[in-house]
Design a protein around this ligand. Sequence first.
Ligand code: PBG
Length: 327
Amino acid sequence: MAYPLYRPRRLRESPLLRKMLRETILRTDDLVYPLFAVHGRGVREPIGPMPGQFRLSIDELLKECKDAASMGIPAVLLFGLPAEKDPRGGEAYAEDGIVQQAVRAVKETIPDLLVVTDVCLCEYTSHGHCGVVEDGRVKNDPTLDLLARTAVSHVEAGADMVAPSDMMDGRVAAIREALDESGYQETPIMAYSAKYASAFYGPFREAADSTPQFGDRRSYQMDPANSAEAMREVALDIDEGADIVMVKPALPYLDVIARVKNEFGLPVAAYSVSGEYAMLRAAGQLGWLDEEAAMMEALTGIRRAGADIVITYYAKEAARLLERGRA
Ligand code: PBG
């Protein structure tokens, strides 16, 4: 296969041939749309570093969910901002917590939309860490029970799937066991397995008011330089009962997505995080790049790397473009 016998450009000349030979197809069915729920009514508060994203009271969140469902987006991923924070993140596992209320409302109004919940404590703790803090350190084992309670409370409210994002060791097993004991053997877990300590979460932490009040998350989230360790994390989560494994963030970790896809047989999710959204949004708003084209290229790239599911704040924009067949 050498020039001049082989000429790759032969297959690039015609738009129809290009379309026919496209290897990676991004579909609306692949997308998950993250949303932030807050207490109150009629609240639609813009998130500064994430233009186009909002903190939504449940009535507004329902509108957003109806919109997403009508566009064919199969799932939302819910985060919550509690009325009050405390050291043990009590509202995370309260029966009438903001996420539990939101889940009930969405499942009642739009039963066909899949509701996935983020299971973590950082939005709910006064110190902003994802676990229980003792002696100035984030403690692993005392956190597991709280995470398990959170997951069960979400499923009791009607969540279709839970997504633990805390990165404590053993949380998937603890959650699987608690769900099974509560009779929810059929509810899947999408584990944030390879979750890196990333600067790209910055805008999210402003949105969710979850910046750690001391230190950082590097004692539990992964070092961005590591990929062999990501394989160990994924293997552990699979052993503990994860049904879908996630790599997060997405764009700076495409190699990790590819490795996970190739080395394990499970469905892979990739979370294109707040900072990835913010970068493209900002450059688009400044007129420095074609935001729509860059967005579709980024999402397609994440799929090409091996992600079966892409979690993105651009879900609606992407669905709209895919509907128009322009992508
Ligand atoms: C909670 C959580 C975070 C994100 C998802 N779940 C923040 C963090 O770990 O600090 C980030 C999502 C995003 O940036 O879009 N632990």
